[in-house]
Design a protein around this ligand. Sequence first.
Ligand SMILES: *Cc1c(COP(=O)(O)O)cnc(C)c1O
Ligand code: SF4
Length: 428
Amino acid sequence: MNAKILSLKLKETGDRSDWRWQMQHRLQSVEELSQYIDLTDDEKKDIHKACDVFPMAITPYYASLMNKKDPWCPIRMQCIPDHRELIEGHGDMDDPLYEDSNSPVPGLTHRYPDRVLLLVTKECSMYCRHCTRKRKVGDQNTCITDRDIDRGIAYIKDHPEIRDVLLSGGDPLILSSARLERVLRKVREVPHVQVIRIGTRTPVVMPQRITDELVRMIKKYHPVWINTHFNHPREFTPDSKRALAKLADAGIPLGNQTVLLRGVNDCPIIIKKLGHLLVKNRVRPYYLYQCDLSRGIEHFRTPVAKGIEIMEALIGHTSGFSVPSYVVDAPGGGGKIPVLPNYQLSITNTKTVLRNYEGVICVYEEPQNDANTVCPPTCTICKKLRVKHEPIGLQKLFDPKNRMISLVPEGNTRKARYTIHKGKAHDC
Ligand SMILES: *Cc1c(COP(=O)(O)O)cnc(C)c1O
Ligand code: SF4
């Protein structure tokens, strides 16, 4: 345990329903694990080896959900170290999302125009084996200090375009309420910040943390949205449902981000059931993530085709709001890319041919007017907001005023040859 956790001013209560007890009694050794599940000597050795590289921590609550005898138990696979974590995977990277290099100040990633990711701690109550920030989480050598966070907030203050601040980690709800409140207050004081978001797995792995006192504090800083991280129907328990109800009752809009994990939830029936449980508990499925290329998690990866198959089975087959967006977080820091089954079969000037979820093919008659190129006659919203009509990316090709005919990737060799021979570079 590092200084950050000790600073939570842990007190021994002996009460399993107290989150401080859960934190204090996290399982961190094979010996402790053996009290919860049956392990062979070989399994114990493997766990030891994997723990040396990627530490283990499991809350007693989450451990109690494991099936004692089943090595394929989806709860167990998410929390127990596995020797496959040590295999160098195909395409593995330390920081596939370039979170560190897209970082103007340490702990803050500014990838999209109007929102930032601010890491407020590297600690989690439980270390998920599939964690994309595995290289950072539980790292005893470095921690995020108040000074780091303050530098992040100063950056946000200096950038009026930032209207959405996403607090992440680690798990922000691992902080004491006082430390979390300090961050929320400071971010809320920035006039151009409209929305604060918290990304947390706490309702899943340590629901005891979601106390009346915590939600009373958070709701002072509304609008605060929370995204949680349920991956499997088995994670719904009376405790986790109670935690979600407290958050929802405090008026916090709830979303969920699921990671598609081989052997855990890579099945349309599991993901559909998960979506139904989420909406029953007032949580909107937000993203279904393709597993990242982080080191030590290749055994969890599925082909993208599996995600498409799942989306095919969800869209149209169940309520729109219980279907998440399926995204691939682009290696190299390109951001989240939505991926969908193909619904558009063909298109002409007059008709678009589509197929529905049942495979029925239908035609949409295109309007014979130029409505899509004309503003509503009296609209002045863009003038009032002083929005610059500067097309970005593909918009440049669509833009009727722009004569650009192609977008050329950086380092295009054909273009370089042209420059040399003709002495003049063109756009294409
Ligand atoms: C995911 C992410 C966000 C938030 O993206 P949304 O699509 O708005 O949820 C912001 N910044 C970074 C770096 C992210 O990875
Ligand atoms: S809670 Fe999130 S950050 Fe923490 S170990 Fe799990 S996936 Fe990683």
